[in-house]
Ligand binder design. Structure first.
Ligand code: XIL
Length: 344
């Protein structure tokens, strides 16, 4: 697969800023390279792919110190039916991690996009914290030996101006803005030794709404700290988008300083790249992706509060980023012969 090899080498080249690996030859794993720079490296993985694809499994186990379950820990995956807990996928991933001495990143407890349907209506009708806290209290201790950190609240900041800048989620509707502090308290009680995170996306973008979102996040952090909430980490998803203007380096660095001065650690939790210029030759496309990752990580890793980098997947063999009809519609003169731009 020459195409995949090129991409892999470019990714490794970009990741060399994690700690110095020769991208042209054999060298340390990404995890080892990161460790030399005092950081952790990991990737989001899926048990169904690990089970059936030996190459993928070998690459994951070689490159990663931490594994982030892409879907297996989400509430909708664990408790699709009220009170019926399905741990089989996550338990298998946990066993794999134990066997190979990997850590698991606990992703994620409260996320608006992964609430079981029964819980959505239950929260709306009864405003009862019970099901939320039972889920937290069940999953956190079960994997306590593997998980040093958890994404407790995922994507709480609104993508528009929202209700006071917070996402209009079932959690906000049922419990008010205090649900974030409450979730952190519940998580701390369930896993006293784990570091607890708020995780969100888009802070690297230079758009008016993302400027509002950055300010809203900082205000939320200040409020939580003032309220004594057990918060340790801000997770920056870092889904880079080549079609969206990126914040200049100094402004990104200043934003990271604002997080660091509040005493919080920074983790890059979901790094990947959505392409824009699909008609370019594959090598140019790969260069653009690598360049975007390198210029981003150069800034983020210059901040001492940054502790880890997790890529959202390890290979473009399996990616949640698809080339969509809308992407193709932007290039009406290409692929008329029925060919395609390939993978994102
Ligand atoms: C995505 C997974 O990659 C998909 O496989 C799944 O269908 C939906 O969730 N932000 C997050 C992640 O915090 O949990 C999301 O993962 C991607 C966006």
């Amino acid at each position: 697969m020459p195409h995949a090899m090129t991409r892999r080498r470019l990714l490794l080249g970009a990741a060399a800023s994690l700690g110095g690996r020769d991208p042209t030859g054999p060298g340390p794993s990404l995890a080892q390279a990161a460790r030399r720079a005092g950081r952790d490296y990991g990737a989001a993985v899926r048990m169904d792919y690990l089970r059936r694809d030996a190459d993928y499994r070998r690459a994951v186990l070689f490159e990663c110190a931490t594994l982030t379950p892409e879907v297996e820990l989400k509430w909708a995956a664990i408790e699709a039916e009220r009170g019926v807990l399905t741990f089989s996928e996550m338990d298998e991933l946990a066993d794999l991690a134990r066997t190979h001495r990997k850590r698991i990143d606990g992703h994620t407890l409260l996320w608006h996009a992964s609430i079981p349907a029964w819980a959505v209506s239950d929260m709306a009708e009864r405003r009862d914290w019970g099901p939320v806290s039972r889920y937290i209290q069940t999953v956190m201790p079960r994997y306590a030996d593997l998980t040093a950190r958890w994404d407790v609240v995922n994507e709480p900041i609104a993508e528009d101006h929202g209700v006071d800048g917070l996402r209009a989620s079932p959690f906000l509707a049922a419990f008010g803005p205090d649900y974030i502090r409450r979730a952190l308290e519940t998580a701390r009680a369930a896993a006293p030794h784990a570091k607890l995170a708020i995780n969100d996306f888009g802070f690297e973008r230079d758009t008016p709404i993302d400027e509002v979102r950055r300010r809203r996040l900082l205000r939320l952090l200040g409020d939580l700290i003032k309220a004594g909430a057990p918060l340790d980490i801000v997770g920056l998803e870092s889904h880079l988008d080549l079609g969206v203007k990126r914040l200049p380096a100094e402004r990104l660095a200043a934003f990271l300083r604002e997080i660091a001065v509040r005493g919080l650690a920074i983790h890059v939790t979901e790094l990947d790249v959505k392409e824009a210029d699909y008609p370019l030759p594959a090598t140019r496309r790969d260069e653009r992706v690598a360049q975007a990752v390198k210029s981003y990580l150069d800034v983020v890793l210059a901040q001492p509060a940054t502790r880890s980098v997790t890529t959202w997947g390890l290979t473009d063999r399996y990616s949640w980023l698809e080339v969509t009809p809308a992407d193709l519609a932007r290039f009406p003169n290409d692929w008329k012969d029925g060919s395609s731009p390939g993978l994102n």
